[in-house]
Ligand binder design. Structure first.
Ligand code: HPA
Length: 253
């Protein structure tokens, strides 16, 4: 089974769906199940359908465990991000390739020494290589312009960054957001293939020298339908876990 996690501004698709509630030991999660030509795809709104959960309080473990328990193996996510790379402007689409974690207060693992024990997870390729390649391939086919790969700086939020923070972050990465960690990490712990597509909604603080006007919903609206179309196209063409390490990333001690 395949899933889409919709980030800020992406709260559903235009397809018919039914609501499903999935109970996990971390909490209950509500998803939409969409039927496309006989194939079911799960849709999860990361912040809730009314954007009611801030980034640092999202129950990432419940979300990812719910998808796993529902039978999901492949996840495409969207992420609204600010750009600190002059080559990526508001409205552009990027494929997230790697991350740097500056979060502070979140549960970051399923392996917290309880009944699941202590395990480490490899981060050599956090965002599934196959799913990234396929996104490029089918975007080209469907005419969606991708600006390039991006390193994602994950901040704690919910506040935006100071100009001095961005001055530092821009030495390390291309885009800044608040949610990819621990989502991608937990996906790997569960052996899931996960890829995230960045939608640039604003210049980061201090970039361009002026106060950025944030039209977050506008930037996302411009691309939402076509990004989802590409996700669905990849899902229909088929995916496997033969050519990546996503299902084999736990480092046994
Ligand atoms: N910073 C952090 N998170 C964000 C931004 C930003 O500039 N834009 C969208 N999400």
């Amino acid at each position: 089974m395949k899933a889409i996690i919709g980030g800020t501004g992406v709260y559903g698709t235009s397809h018919n769906s039914r609501v499903e509630k999935i109970k996990t030991k971390y909490g209950e999660v509500e998803v939409d199940v969409i039927n496309i030509d006989g194939e079911e795809i799960v849709f999860l709104a990361r912040h809730g359908k009314k954007h009611s959960v801030p980034p640092h309080l999202i129950n990432y473990r419940a979300n990812m465990m719910a998808l796993k328990e529902f039978g999901v193996n492949y996840i495409y996510a969207t992420a609204a991000v600010g750009s600190c790379n002059e080559s990526y402007a508001p409205g552009d689409i990027v494929v997230i390739k790697d991350f740097i974690d500056f979060t502070k207060s979140r549960p970051v693992t399923f392996y917290d020494g309880g009944e699941n024990g202590v395990k480490h997870v490899d981060m050599g390729d956090p965002y599934c290589k196959n799913m990234r390649e396929k996104f490029y391939l089918y975007s080209k086919e469907l005419g969606l312009d991708i600006k390039g790969d991006a390193v994602y700086i994950c901040t704690e939020g919910p506040r935006f960054e100071t100009a001095s923070e961005i001055k530092m972050y821009k030495n390390f990465g291309d885009v800044v957001g608040m949610t990819s960690v621990p989502e991608v990490v937990l996906a790997k712990e569960l052996g899931l293939c996960y890829s995230s597509i960045g939608i640039i909604t604003n210049w980061c603080t201090g970039i361009g020298g002026e106060i950025a006007l944030h039209d977050i919903q506008g930037s996302v609206d411009k691309n939402r339908e076509r990004i989802t179309e590409v996700f669905i196209k990849v899902f229909k063409e088929g995916l496997d876990q033969e050519n990546c390490y996503c299902n084999n990333s736990i480092i046994e001690l």
